[in-house]
Unconditional design. Sequence first.
Length: 236
Amino acid sequence: MSEPRVAVITGGTGALGRALLPRFLARGYRVALTYIVPEEAAQLEDALPGTGDAVTLRRVDATEPVAIAEFMDEVADSLGGVHVLCALVGGWAGGRDVEETDDTRFDRMIDLNLRSAFVTARAAIPHLRKSAWGRIVLVGSTAAHEAPAGQAAYNIAKAGVVALARSLAQELRDANITANAVMPSVIDTPATRAAMPYADFVDWPAPEEIAAVIDFLAAEESGVINGAAIPVAGRA
């Protein structure tokens, strides 16, 4: 390729995005990341001296269609297209069965996990088509098929993410663009350990381990994988 490929990572300053970024930089990609928490962005910038214009950081709410579309247009115009999309925005809220799930909790889980992936992918597709090569990686969850009790809204949202990945795979297969989802359960991060202090961490996959799978799905050599929901749960 004559120009570096461009990767977009939404939610890129979280633990998974921070683990994925060095892999993309090692491939020679230019990388554009979104964030919400300013402290996370500052920490990432401090950890990446000397990257120059290889990394672009923007504060964008990935649940807002207009904001994410404007961001995608900006990235394509300034960096020379969009080739890889990793939609990492998401979050968990449990503790409620269907009967006990109020509209606010349901809407929050749908917005954060499913709507963010949908509007981000929709905004990226025209630019991926123009690039004539593309990879989309979404983050589902083992909850999409295991559907544990007490977290109905989250289960439903992540099942939607898997359906979105498979829909994209069918819609874009003739455009040389693949779409897949990775399926973690509990990821070993400081925030997760703080939330579950009495759990056994040894079986939880590290962000770096999941990032390795995403990196492969985003690479040239993964073209035979399309529409897959790939477990990355370790032994959790």
